[in-house]
Design a protein around this ligand. Structure first.
Ligand SMILES: NC(=O)c1ccc[n+]([C@@H]2O[C@H](COP(=O)([O-])OP(=O)(O)OC[C@H]3O[C@@H](n4cnc5c(N)ncnc54)[C@H](O)[C@@H]3O)[C@@H](O)[C@H]2O)c1
Length: 312
């Protein structure tokens, strides 16, 4: 049985990854310090003999007894609200945390996949974003703590690949949504949904013309799985290329939830990207991957999840 360590296991993406690897017949070691995650996301796995959980901060030295075949680094505050509140932890987990997990991969002879982000492109001047684009990031802006941590993550991962011969994979994840997102994490989708479900007006920043593209979580997890098992070590974008303005998106959520609320406009946060859309040619050609769940279907599942979560 192959054994995989998933750092950030109690988070939104980490918990879905635990489910997928258990389903594929792996033995899974989940690791988390619960900075932004919740054990509720993985409590259904605790009775399984092939699941183990370690409460640990990966920015400190990481020790896992026994063999490891794969390591997935998904530990990091990920939403703007979280990383603005925890700038130092965000920088540490992207830098020291990545260093520690790369060291563990080297020690165990394991293959490691690190979760980078479309944020490495900053406020892009190239559209859609291909992996060859170097980005437009303000290192000292409010988002710099996250963006630069992830850019360092990519850099040190390549260094471990080139210098130590560690088998590495780098995924650049674009906005992903689905069940187990936190209602109050500040990202557009949970913010709109919780506002619509609790009778508040929906707040759109700026004039709402800025675009995003939203990938449903099972599609992303499938892309991660395929990339891990591929033999490609350079960064790969995974995301849904269907682009929508935030104003249209807010209108879609009002329609879906049958809410009577209005849309109100607030000042655009500093360095908010104007456009985001992945070029996924590489993922299509190298991994045979394309998103399968369209927005209407994904939003319906997510809405049902949020409705239930709010009623609990
Ligand atoms: N969700 C997205 O749309 C998206 C987009 C791009 C990149 N990512 C990346 O994917 C990863 C997971 O994001 P998410 O949306 O699931 O966020 P999340 O906040 O739900 O999950 C992150 C998890 O990491 C844990 N964590 C944070 N610091 C830690 C540390 N020092 N040691 C151990 N555990 C720690 C948290 O407690 C949490 O459980 C992050 O690295 C994020 O940067 C996510």
């Amino acid at each position: 049985m192959k054994r995989v360590l998933i750092a950030g296991a109690a988070g939104f993406l980490g918990s879905h990854l635990c489910d997928r690897f258990i389903k594929e017949g792996y033995s899974v070691v989940g690791m988390d310090n619960l900075l932004t995650g919740n054990l509720k996301n993985i409590e259904h796995l605790f009775p399984l003999p092939q699941f183990e959980y370690y409460h640990h901060d990966v920015s400190k030295f990481v020790h896992v007894p026994g063999k490891l075949d794969y390591i997935l680094h998904f530990a990091s505050p990920a939403s703007p609200i979280d990383y603005l509140k925890m700038p130092i932890q965000t920088l540490k987990v992207g830098s020291l945390g990545t260093h520690n997990l790369l060291g563990l991969a080297k020690e165990k002879g394991a293959r490691i996949l690190v979760a980078s982000t479309s944020e490495v492109y900053g406020d892009p001047t190239v559209h859609p974003q291909t992996e060859e684009y170097w980005g437009n990031v303000n290192p000292i802006g409010p988002r710099g703590v996250y963006d630069e941590a992830k850019r360092f993550m990519e850099s040190i991962t390549m260094a471990y690949h080139n210098f130590h011969g560690v088998e590495t994979r780098i995924i650049r994840i674009f906005n992903t949504y689905g069940p187990r997102m936190r209602l109050n994490d500040g990202r557009a989708l949970p913010a709109f949904m919780s506002q619509a479900l609790t009778g508040q007006d929906l707040t759109v920043f700026g004039d709402g013309s800025q675009t995003r593209s939203f990938c449903y979580v099972s599609d992303l997890v499938d892309g991660i799985y395929r990339l891990l098992l591929s033999d490609y070590h350079l960064p790969v974008n995974i995301g849904n290329p269907v682009e929508i303005s935030l104003l249209e998106f807010a209108e879609e959520i009002i329609k879906l939830t049958g809410s009577k609320q209005k849309i109100i406009f607030q000042a655009l946060p500093k360095d908010d990207p104007k456009q985001r859309k992945p070029d996924i040619t590489k993922a299509q050609e190298l991994l045979g991957w394309s998103p399968k769940i369209d927005r209407a279907e994904g939003l319906k599942i997510t809405y049902d999840y949020f409705k239930e979560a709010l009623n609990k």
